[in-house]
Design a protein around this ligand. Sequence first.
Ligand code: PLP
Length: 401
Amino acid sequence: MQSLRRTDSLESTLQNRLNHRRERGSLRKLACCSERVDFTSNDYLGLARSAELTRRIEDKLRATNASSPRNGSTGSRLLSGNSSWAEALEQKIATFHETESAILFNSGYDANFGALSALLANGDTVFYDELCHASMHDGIRLGKANAHPFKHNNPRHLEQRLARLRVQKMASNGSAASSATWIVVESLYSMNGDRAPLRELASVARRFDAHLFVDEAHATGIFGPSGAGIVQRLGLASEVDVRVHTFGKALGCHGAVVVGPRAVKQYLINFARPLIYSTALPPHSLAAIEAVYDLLPELDPARAELQKRVKFFRSVAEAHDLKSLLESESPIQALVVPEANSVCELAGKVQTDGFDVRPILSPTVPRGQERIRICLHAYNSEEEIRGLVLALKDRLEELGQ
Ligand SMILES: Cc1ncc(COP(=O)(O)O)c(C=O)c1O
């Protein structure tokens, strides 16, 4: 009886909180994958559904399991979960990304959260782009640095904030020699599809002696030499201190890696809690990650196809005067439709037209900037893209927008 009453009260407490979210129009729900045309997944190159990648993964697994069968990694990397395979794979990934070391994490969320919460020490200061992903916000929140946002993609604003910090430090006779300043950004923003001005940011970082941390989650596999990312495309590998690459988006599998100098790896092994206190990636994931990195240099045609789709989408959208589309030359396109109810209604209608698009609500994006996030893929046909644009246009008109 006692436990029944307690459960009841938990239920009503949680329902009250959920109702509050429902009233704000931002209640989240799980929706199963559909048979609709995919304009929502992060599988930009189609690797999650690639039979060729599956075959290569299976070959690798068969080869390693033949000598010692293993399904799980059996422990944290610091205990039984390490392997010479994981270490060799990390070295291979580090070389691919033109840096000294790499350390695997179980997801991009873990990588950002784990790395930032560990690296941002007491006395440090971090400046982060206001549109950084939740995993970065959470890592910054758990880290011990003084944290300040700067305006999205605005190096001038960042510079002003850094200059103010410098004056404050001088006024207090400098700070502890070991304190560091960090700049944290994404190279390609997940909800806008626009790129960070990395050259300018690197120059600001150099002038203010700050460390630059770049999340390449949505650029990995798509941009740069063999899909190595935007940092390498711009020749900035030696100027960016820490990078995060994720495998669950264009790379079509799962997990992530933090790449940078050897000291970063050693430091994370000692202080990154998601790495220390969680079971390491299983052999299947190692096989998938290795297979996809082997495949990346062969994917220039798919990358070119994807860019063609992006150009095609933009030209059809312009021809049909699709308003409120944010500027973007990437596979992520955002159609801003303020108000949760309006954007949900629009997404629902376009779904009934056969296209899988999802509304993105606050707090994932700022209130008033709710949007339909359209992900383009190398496997979307021109006919499908034209169909999507027409459906969006018609349905927006129905909603009086
Ligand atoms: C910019 C960015 N960083 C990190 C992540 C987290 O990556 P993962 O899905 O591998 O946890 C995401 C996922 O949506 C993202 O958009």
